[in-house]
Write a protein that binds this ligand. Structure first.
Ligand code: DAK
Length: 261
C-alpha cells in the first residue's frame, strides 16, 4: 500500500498510472475518505506529464466498487447528502477531465457509485464476472454521482430509466451489448487495460489528449459549437512537434518518435 493512501494504491507502470481502490471489508465501496484520496491520487498522476493513460480498478476479484458506502450514507442529513454528492460528482469530473485517457478495468461488482465511476472513465473493459447496476432506488435514494446523467448519455434515456427504476443487475455481456462497456476480457482485466494503454501510448501524446478534450468537453454542445471546438484543437496540433514528427515519419517510412510536445 502506498504510504500516502490508506484506501487505494497508486502505481506507475511504464507510461500508465494504475489506481486500485482497496477497501476489501466493504467491497471497495466509496466513503468520503476514499473519495478524497482518489482526488489526490488523480492530481498526483496528472502531475506526471509522461503518463499516457490511467487505469482504475478495484482490489481483489470480487468487486470493482460496490457503490457509495451505505454505512456512512445512512446517517446523512440533507445537507451532508448534498455535500457528498457534490464531492463525488467533482471527483468523477476529475476522471472525465483527467488529461490522458482513463480506462476502467471492472473486475466484479460495479454497483451504484461503482457503475457511476466506471461511466465517468473514457473506456470500460470488464471481466466476465463483472456486474453493473444502479440499485439506489432500492435503498430509497437516487444515484448521486452522475448516474442519472452520464449513464443516460451513454446508453440512452429509455435504457437508463429501466436500469435506474428497477435497480436490476446487468451482467458483463449485456453491458457490452447496450454500450455500457467496451468489451468483456478473458483473463486479467488489468493486464488487458495495460495492453490497451500501451497501444494508446504509441500514438501522438498531445493528439490523444486533445482528442479526449474534443470528445469529452463537447459531448453536450450543439454540433456547430462542437465542430468549432474540434477545429481549434485540430489547428492547435500544428503548433506541436508531435505533428511535425508524426507526418515526417510517415513520409520517410519510419516509426515516429513522439516527444509529447
Ligand atoms: N457500502 C458499504 N458496505 C458494503 C457495500 C456498500 N456499498 N457493499 C458491500 N459492503 C460490505 C457488506 O456490508 C459486507 O460487510 P460485512 O457484513 O462483511 O461487514 C461486505 O461488504 C461483503 O458484502 P456482502 O456480504 O453483502 O457480499 P455478497 O457477496 O453477499 O454481496 C454485493 C455482494 C455487492 C451484491 C452486496 O454486498 C451488495 O449488494 N452491496 C451493496 C451494493 C449497492 O447497493 N450499491 C449501491 C450503493 S448506493 C448520493 C450520492 C451517491 C449515491 C447516491 C446518492 N447523493 C448524496 C444524492 C450513490 C449511492 C450508491 O452507490
Amino acid at each position: 500500500m502506498s504510504p500516502r493512501y490508506a484506501n487505494l494504491t497508486l502505481e506507475f507502470r511504464g507510461l500508465a498510472a494504475l489506481i486500485t481502490i482497496d477497501r476489501p471489508h466493504a467491497l471497495n465501496a466509496l466513503d468520503t475518505a476514499t473519495l478524497e484520496e482518489l482526488d489526490d491520487a488523480l492530481s498526483e498522476a496528472a502531475d506526471h506529464d509522461d503518463i499516457r493513460a490511467l487505469i482504475l480498478t478495484g482490489a481483489g476479484s470480487k468487486a470493482f466498487v460496490a457503490g457509495a458506502d451505505i454505512a456512512q450514507m445512512r446517517e446523512f442529513t440533507v445537507a451532508e447528502a448534498e455535500d457528498f454528492s457534490l464531492h463525488g460528482q467533482s471527483v468523477l469530473d476529475g476522471l472525465s477531465g483527467f488529461p490522458a485517457p482513463v480506462i476502467a478495468a471492472v473486475n466484479g461488482y460495479a454497483l451504484g457509485g461503482g457503475t457511476e465511476i466506471a461511466v465517468a472513465c473514457d473506456l470500460i473493459l470488464c471481466s466476465a464476472n463483472a456486474v453493473f447496476g444502479q440499485p439506489e432506488v432500492g435503498l430509497g435514494v437516487i444515484p448521486g454521482f452522475g448516474g442519472t446523467q452520464r449513464l443516460t448519455r451513454l446508453v440512452g434515456p429509455m435504457r437508463a430509466r429501466e436500469i435506474v427504476f428497477t435497480g436490476r443487475r446487468i451482467p458483463a455481456a449485456e453491458a457490452v451489448q447496450i454500450g455500457l462497456a467496451l468489451r468483456v476480457v478473458e483473463g486479467d482485466v488489468v493486464e488487458a487495460a495495460m495492453e490497451l494503454a500501451t497501444v494508446i501510448a504509441r500514438q501522438g501524446p498531445v493528439a490523444v489528449r486533445l482528442a479526449k478534450r474534443a470528445i469529452n468537453e463537447n459531448a453536450d454542445a450543439a454540433l456547430a459549437t462542437a465542430l468549432a471546438a474540434e477545429r481549434t484543437l485540430f489547428a492547435h496540433c500544428f503548433a506541436t512537434n508531435d505533428q511535425d514528427e508524426g507526418m515526417a515519419a510517415f513520409l520517410e517510412k519510419r516509426k515516429a518518435v513522439f516527444r509529447g510536445a
